[in-house]
Design a protein around this ligand. Sequence first.
Ligand code: KIV
Ligand code: ZN
Length: 512
Amino acid sequence: MDTVRIFDTTLRDGEQSPGISLDVGEKLEIAEQLARLGVDVIEAGFPIASQGDFEAVEAIARAVQGPVVAGLSRTGFKDVDRAWEAVRHAARPRIHVFIATSPIHMQKKLRMTEDQVKAEAAAGVARAASYTPDVEFSPEDGSRSDVDFMCEVLQIAVDNGATTLNIPDTVGFGVPEEYGKLIRYVIDHVTGDYVVSTHCHDDLGLAVANSLAGVAAGARQVECAINGLGERAGNAALEEIVMAIRTRSDYFGDIGVNVRTEELARTSRMVSRLTGYSVQHNKAVVGRNAFAHESGIHQHGVLADRETYEIIDAAAVGQEAAQIVLGKHSGRHAFADTLEKMGLKLQGDALNQAFVRFKELADRKVEITEADLEAIVAEELGTGAVHRFELVDLVVHGGTQTMPSAHVVLADGPTKVEADGTGNGMVDAACAAIAAACGVPGKVLDFKVSSVTSGRDALGDVVIQLEADGRKASGRGVSTDIVEASARAYLSAVNKIVRSQDAEPRERTVGP
Ligand code: KIV
Ligand code: ZN
């Protein structure tokens, strides 16, 4: 059977979404989940971009088993060498070399002639191929390039060792029929042994449609990202691509995808939680409402036969996970067992800590779902990093006629620190008290609140993006009380900033 490789770029192109900044531990956590999901390739980052990117790619290459681990690189030797340095520890490393081929990019961005671009592509690909036989080449802005010039460059890449040719629709300009024809043209005009890949952006909302047109035309790798994350309007959404190929095998023919689809919903939730990008309720496949039937006629039909109004079984994409899993009478054993089934293997102190938090929550909330458990475990344990400050107590006062105020007690190792704060609301007051107690004054750049599940006792999930000491960090907090959730999120961001103060600056120095 023919297989379409799923190349996940959540950690590279996805991480280029405005406001997303994942640390090494968070990237590793996502990469482990992508391996569990069964993607073929993980593009782990752009190693030359920053020390943080390099460390993340290296850590993923060392730790994550299963998928190919790719690092992005421009054609310069310094870039290629750095990419190799980061991916070389992987069992199956790949270097992904790119250079733009469209007139506007060559003239305005690169300031290179066509001949210079050809020479760069040849040299960069050859350098990468001297390290690994798995080399991918992308002519950036391919869909706005002169097609024959692009094919000339692609031929040079193949002749110098590229085994995957990726055709980026960098600015989301393509439309399906035309993009499919472009893929076919490449296959018909570039000779050699290579796989053609799609890479479509969603500026016109056509990324998934264009990618699928590419597959129908012969592409056998699709570059995509969980929840459609990516530069500007994003990349093609992985979950939609996979389910379209699976569900419409009558149209796409005998093409396999290696993904374990039951992991899709969980992967989507994890990426949303760690990036702070929430998933719209009506999002295909992984949205909260993707399997909800509101109208009586639909409900009646689904009860008679699910297939009257559903083309995908919710269980097949892991969407039945919002069912009740535990309650306040559940014991430690059931708790540990449920976490293990969810792929969260906690032991010792970590398990104890998570269990305490679960019990606290169970006292306030009747039904605890898988999504609730994921949220509290993630917030409590983060990515295994040590938190300098822990929330011990928070007391807030507010009302329509009083100035909101808060008193906070934090543990700073064995020492207790406390402070008061006032603000224009109880959340603001709690954050002011935390800032005073930690001695880290910051500015809240973004504040998002959503509920993990539904109902009056739902867990509130707060994501705060904080800027302090010239650094940015996002923190997440969950609680049935949104003031407490906000305080936890603020403190989590402060902890990240404090941690990064000793580390190298993470600012991106270059970008594709
Ligand atoms: O969109 C794009 O062109 C890219 C390339 C670097 C592959 O992300
Ligand atoms: Zn891209």
